[in-house]
Design a protein around this ligand. Structure first.
Ligand code: 3EB
Length: 318
């Protein structure tokens, strides 16, 4: 089924014309969630732009939707798509993550949208300690417990992002559909749910990308992609080489997902060190013939040794 989904990155303040139900992700705002009057779910997950420019990521439908709130879940439901966000404090991260995934899956299943096609996860102190584990591992444990209890298969998850911010609170938000997207794995990488145990006692579960069909052609939703081949981090300490490895991973995903896909419409670059921005910008501009819109964010990739991660979407923008 062709989904009526469009996406763009736009400067703050320029978003008056959203045609219908939408998810807007704001950077450079105090963390929180709002429902806007024009049927929009507005999430501010604590993203800090490098350079501090207000940027809004928008995912929009053709028709208005219905908004609702159930406990920690805010959602906007459209005929064919549903946007939902869970937001609570992020102490006891394993417990909160388990609750987030349980609440979100219950909400989307109850409304007839059992298939997430894209998920984002943000929380603070990603390398901090919780009960002797790194907090990213606690997050993976909580997620795995919830998915297990709800019989979500390990290969049944969509493209995802998991990034450490400096803002308090756990934000998990998603786009869900009535039918699944196509999970795309990367031939250069081991699937996340087959990572060896030393990364986390419970493996992460996400697809490297999700392909969907929309009214204006196919889209490829790209997970946060790092300098990893096989299951190993590559080019430790070398931001330029990490960026080139990421581009090779993104190109491999594009090649695997189909040559009918348009080029990336936008990419978000997470930098552990904001000062790497000019270097990464130069490498990206040399790589893409049609340059995607870019959003630069100061954030922590879940493996400490990695300096940069890139997510985004192949989509027609017109
Ligand atoms: C990686 O490839 C980098 O745990 O949901 C990227 C995207 C990463 C999503 C997740 C983790 C997640 O393993 C980290």
């Amino acid at each position: 089924m062709a989904l009526p989904l469009r996406t763009r990155l736009l400067p703050e303040g320029a978003h008056a014309a959203a045609p219908g139900a939408c998810l807007r992700v704001r950077a450079d705002h105090p963390p929180g969630v709002e429902l806007s009057e024009d049927h929009g779910l507005v999430v501010s997950p604590g993203l800090e732009s490098v350079g501090g420019h207000g940027v809004v990521e928008e995912w929009s439908c053709d028709q208005p939707g219905q908004s609702a709130r159930e406990g920690a879940v805010h959602l906007v439901e459209h005929t064919d798509l549903l946007f939902a966000v869970w937001h609570r404090p992020d102490d006891r991260l394993a417990d909160h993550t388990r609750q987030a995934y349980t609440d979100l899956f219950r909400a989307i299943r109850a409304r007839g949208f059992p298939y997430p096609i894209r998920i984002w996860n943000y929380f603070s102190r990603i390398h901090g300690d919780e009960d002797g584990l790194e907090r990213y591992q606690s997050f993976c444990i909580g997620r795995a417990r919830a998915l297990d209890a709800m019989d979500v298969p390990e290969n049944g998850m969509p493209a995802a992002t998991a990034i450490g911010t400096r803002a308090p609170g756990l934000f998990v938000y998603l786009i869900a559909a009535r039918e699944p997207g196509i999970a795309v794995e990367n031939p250069r990488q081991v699937s996340s749910y087959r990572y060896p145990e030393h990364y986390s006692p419970q493996s992460p579960t996400f697809a490297r990308a999700t392909r969907i069909e929309t009214g204006i052609g196919p889209q490829l939703l790209l997970s946060g992609t790092a300098s990893i081949t096989g299951h190993e981090s590559r080019h430790i300490g070398d931001c330029a080489a990490q960026t080139r490895e990421i581009l090779a991973n993104l190109d491999a995903l594009h090649a695997t997902a189909g040559d009918d896909l348009p080029p990336p419409a936008w990419l978000r670059v997470y930098l552990r060190r904001p000062e790497d921005q000019p270097l990464v910008a130069r490498i990206l501009s040399e790589h893409y013939r049609q340059p995607p819109a870019l959003h630069w964010v100061h954030g922590d990739v879940c493996r400490r040794e990695l300096l940069v991660e890139i997510e985004g979407v192949h989509a027609r923008t017109a």
